[in-house]
Design a protein around this ligand. Structure first.
Ligand code: ADP
Ligand code: MG
Length: 402
C-alpha cells in the first residue's frame, strides 16, 4: 500500500483526499476540532508537494428517504461550509469551498485551483448515492482526480462512493491511490490489537457504551483474541438479563439474549460482568441513587459500581495490551462518571502496556477527565476500529488501496 510519502509527480495534479471532518456541532459551531486537526499533516504534505488538494468528507446523517423538507433540514444542519474557515485558520492558508458536490460548478471550482491550493467540497452525503457507492457518483468525482488519498479512518469501514468507488476507478485507470498519515498510524496501532504477539499477553478488552447491537457482534472475534473481556456500560445489562438477573429499566437488547448466552458459554469465565451497579429511579431528574448487585424494579443501571470498578482495575493491572471501546456509564452526568474514570486511572498506572481507546464518546470522556496521555493510542474511529478487529484487520476503505 502506498502512503502519501510515496506519491510521485503530484505537483500541479489534482489529488482527492477523503478526510473525516465529521465534527460535532453545537448551535451551528464546531464543538471539537480534533478531527480537522488530525487531517492536517496529510493536507500539509500534499500542499508542500504542490498538489491541488480537493477534500471530500461527510458530516452527520442525511436520510434521503425522508420527506423533501426533512432532507432539506438535515442538509442545512450538516452543511460542511462551517469547516472551511476553521481549516483555513489551522493551515494558515486560504481554503476555498464549493457548495456543489458534482457537475459544472464543482468542476469549475477544481479547474480554478493552482498548485498547492486547497478546496473543500460540500458534504458528500448531500448525494443520495454516496452511501450506496453509486458508480455514477464515483465516476463524477474520479473524473477530476489524478490521484486519491484515503485519510478518513473513521469511515474506512464503509464502502461508499467517496471511500471505495473513487479509488476503485482510479486504480483501474492506473492512477495512484494511497493512505494518508492518519490512516497509516491508525492501522499500525490497531494491527497490534488484531494480530496479538505473545509479549502482548494478557490482552484485555473493555467494552461499554450504548450502541449494543452494533458492538455486541465483536465479542465473538474478541473471544478468539483476548484473554479477558470486561463488559460495562449499557451493554452489561443484556448479559445480566441473559443470566436471569433483574435489570429493572436498564437498556436491554432482548433479541441478543441468546447470543449473549452463547458468548458467555464460549468464554468459559473470560467475560467479566459487573458485580454491582449504580442505579437510579430514572435517567434524568432521578431522585434516588443506590448501589446494588442487581438492578431492582423501577430502577436503571447508570454506571458500574465500586466493587466492579475494583474488579476491572485488578484485571487491567495485569494487562500487557488493552483495547477499550465504550464508557462504563452515563459519564456525561457527574454522578455516573466514576466507573469510566476508574478505568482511566487503572490504565494510567500501567508502565509496560500498549493501550488503545476508540469510540467518539470514549475518546471525549478520557479527554474530559484528563487521561488522554495515559493511552498509547486514541483512535479516531470507533466503528472502524471495532470492525477492523471483527474482520481480522480488513477494512474496505483500506483494502481497496492495496
Ligand atoms: P462510543 O462513542 O465511545 O463508541 P457509544 O456511543 O456506544 O460509545 O456509547 C456512549 C454512550 O453510552 C454515552 O452517551 C453514555 O452516556 C452511554 N451509556 C453508558 N452506559 C450507559 C448506561 N448504563 N445506560 C445508558 N447509557 C449509557
Ligand atoms: Mg458514540
Amino acid at each position: 500500500m502506498l502512503t502519501v510519502d510515496n506519491l510521485k509527480n503530484i505537483n500541479g495534479k489534482v489529488v482527492i483526499v477523503r478526510v473525516d471532518f465529521n465534527v460535532p456541532l453545537k448551535d451551528g459551531k464546531i464543538r471539537d476540532d480534533n478531527r480537522v486537526r488530525a487531517a492536517l499533516p496529510t493536507i500539509q504534505k500534499l500542499v508542500s508537494e504542490g498538489a491541488k488538494v480537493v477534500l471530500l468528507s461527510h458530516l452527520g446523517k442525511i436520510k434521503h428517504k425522508e420527506a423533501p423538507e426533512v432532507v432539506e433540514a438535515q442538509k442545512a444542519k450538516n452543511n460542511l461550509a462551517v469547516v472551511a474557515p476553521r481549516l483555513s485558520e489551522l493551515l494558515g492558508k486560504e481554503v476555498a469551498f464549493v457548495g456543489a458536490t458534482r457537475g459544472e460548478e464543482f468542476e469549475a471550482a477544481v479547474a480554478k485551483l493552482n498548485a498547492g491550493d486547497v478546496l473543500l467540497v460540500q458534504n458528500t452525503r448531500y448525494e443520495k448515492g454516496e452511501e450506496k457507492n453509486d458508480p455514477e457518483l464515483a465516476k463524477a468525482w474520479a473524473k477530476v482526480a489524478d490521484a486519491y488519498v484515503m485519510d478518513a479512518f473513521g469511515s474506512a469501514h464503509r464502502a461508499h462512493a467517496s471511500t471505495y468507488g473513487i479509488p476503485e476507478i482510479l486504480k483501474a485507470e492506473g492512477k495512484q491511490v494511497a493512505c494518508g498519515y492518519l490512516v497509516e498510524k491508525e492501522i499500525a496501532n490497531l494491527t497490534r490489537c488484531v494480530n496479538v504477539a505473545d509479549k502482548d499477553r494478557p490482552y484485555v478488552a473493555i467494552l461499554g457504551g450504548l450502541k449494543v447491537s452494533d458492538k455486541i457482534k465483536v465479542i465473538d472475534s474478541l473471544l478468539k483474541k483476548c484473554d479477558k473481556i470486561l463488559i460495562g456500560g449499557a451493554m452489561a445489562y443484556t448479559f445480566k438479563k441473559a443470566l436471569g438477573q433483574s435489570t429493572g429499566n436498564s437498556p436491554v437488547e432482548l433479541d441478543q439474549l441468546d447470543y449473549a448466552l452463547k458468548c458467555l458459554k464460549e468464554a468459559n469465565g473470560r467475560i467479566v460482568l459487573p458485580v454491582d451497579s449504580v442505579c437510579t429511579n430514572g435517567f434524568e431528574g432521578w431522585t434516588e441513587k443506590i448501589v446494588s448487585e442487581e438492578v431492582p424494579e423501577g430502577f436503571e443501571g447508570m454506571d458500574i459500581g465500586p466493587k466492579t470498578a475494583e474488579l476491572f482495575a485488578d484485571e487491567i493491572a495485569k494487562a500487557k495490551l488493552i483495547f477499550w471501546n465504550g464508557p462504563m456509564g452515563v459519564f456525561e452526568q457527574k454522578d455516573f462518571a466514576n466507573g469510566t474514570i476508574a478505568i482511566c486511572k487503572a490504565v494510567a498506572k500501567l508502565n509496560d502496556c500498549f493501550s488503545v481507546c476508540g469510540g467518539g464518546d470514549s475518546a471525549a470522556a478520557i479527554k474530559e477527565f484528563g487521561y488522554k496521555d495515559s493511552f498509547s493510542h486514541v483512535s479516531t474511529g470507533g466503528g472502524a476500529s471495532l470492525e477492523m478487529i471483527e474482520n481480522d484487520g480488513h477494512l474496505p476503505g483500506v483494502d481497496i488501496l492495496k
